[in-house]
Design a protein around this ligand. Structure first.
Ligand SMILES: [Zn+2]
Ligand SMILES: [Zn+2]
Length: 303
């Protein structure tokens, strides 16, 4: 893995083939011209053909997929299928928990990698129905589109808090940030879902769909809305997060453990934490003075 490189990509993207406002070529062109390495197209309940694009150019890898968009008793349950050209089964179940599992199972059966999307969209679910769901690794902790309520409120938990609850319960789940891109055209002000606001950066051996998605399943990536990480070093004694400098921004890193507890707060571009061993897990959340965030995946200290 010493030859591994970092690849920036978005795992949640709509086109005119569902409720996006632009054709595939325009969407792909935007991400390509803005430095992305890969883009996963996830129209609702439809696999959009990306083969034509990949034959054209080599600076953006388009990966096929879809957003399995189910509903259980009116509650939306959306699970992205990443990397498969097969449309998963679209059956819902009686409960939200069973529908989540059914979505994950359908994605796996179609050969895709499941990503559980936006739990707070229409306040659909918290950690409760997710606790028993198995066979998925990716949770959309930050969805940059207009109505996904990432931060919770009014007594409802943020998606990050849901993630910490699952981690604290012993699950190994990785945080994804994505655009859930719908809007390339027209008005840019207001409740819009434009490109370029949230992404993942994946450490993989090569820029292929297989290598990138396998690395994501192993948690070898971070999620971001702005902050660039120059490196994440995990040693026996300490973990170090190296932060890239953008403009004159300043950086603060929180190291967070079981229960969502803040273990340490570190200023500057090289944030070091020395685990005591009883934290359960440790993850880093980096803030920029400009409002950007990066989330590393957790390191598990026991078992
Ligand atoms: Zn959705
Ligand atoms: Zn979507």
């Amino acid at each position: 893995m010493s030859s591994a490189r970092w690849f920036k990509g978005n795992t949640h993207t709509h086109t005119i083939h569902s409720d996006g406002d632009a054709p595939l070529e325009e969407v792909a062109g935007w991400y390509q011209s803005h430095g992305y390495d890969f883009l996963i197209i996830t129209d609702h309940n439809r696999v959009t053909d990306v083969d034509g694009w990949n034959h054209n150019g080599d600076s953006l890898l388009l990966i096929p997929g879809c957003e399995v968009s189910l509903s259980s008793g009116g509650t939306p349950v959306h699970v992205n299928s990443l990397g498969s050209t097969m449309l998963p089964d679209l059956s819902s179940a009686e409960t939200v928990a069973a529908t989540l599992q059914q979505g994950v199972n359908a994605v796996r059966a179609a050969g895709g990698v499941p990503q559980v999307n936006h739990p707070n969209y229409k306040w659909a679910f918290t950690d409760e129905p997710l606790r028993g769901v198995i066979n998925y690794r990716l949770l959309e902790v930050h969805n940059a589109s207009s109505d996904c309520n990432n931060f919770g409120g009014g007594g409802w938990p943020s998606v990050e808090e849901v993630w910490d609850r699952l981690l604290t319960a012993g699950q190994r789940i990785w945080a994804v940030a994505s655009d859930d891109m719908h809007h390339m055209r027209g008005e840019f002000w207001g409740y819009r879902s434009p490109p370029g606001r949230a992404w993942v950066v994946v450490r993989a051996a090569e820029r292929s769909a297989g290598a990138i998605l396998q690395a994501m399943e192993r948690g070898e990536f971070y999620a971001s809305t702005e902050v660039i990480l120059d490196g994440i070093e995990v040693g026996r004694e300490e973990v170090t997060v190296l932060i890239g400098q953008e403009r004159d921004f300043r950086y603060t890193t929180l190291f967070i453990g079981a229960g969502g507890k803040t273990l340490a707060r570190v200023n500057g571009r090289g944030a070091v934490y020395r685990p005591r061993g009883d934290e359960g897990y440790v993850r880093a959340k980096v803030f920029s003075s400009n409002g950007g965030v990066a989330w590393t995946q957790p390191w598990f200290l026991t078992s």
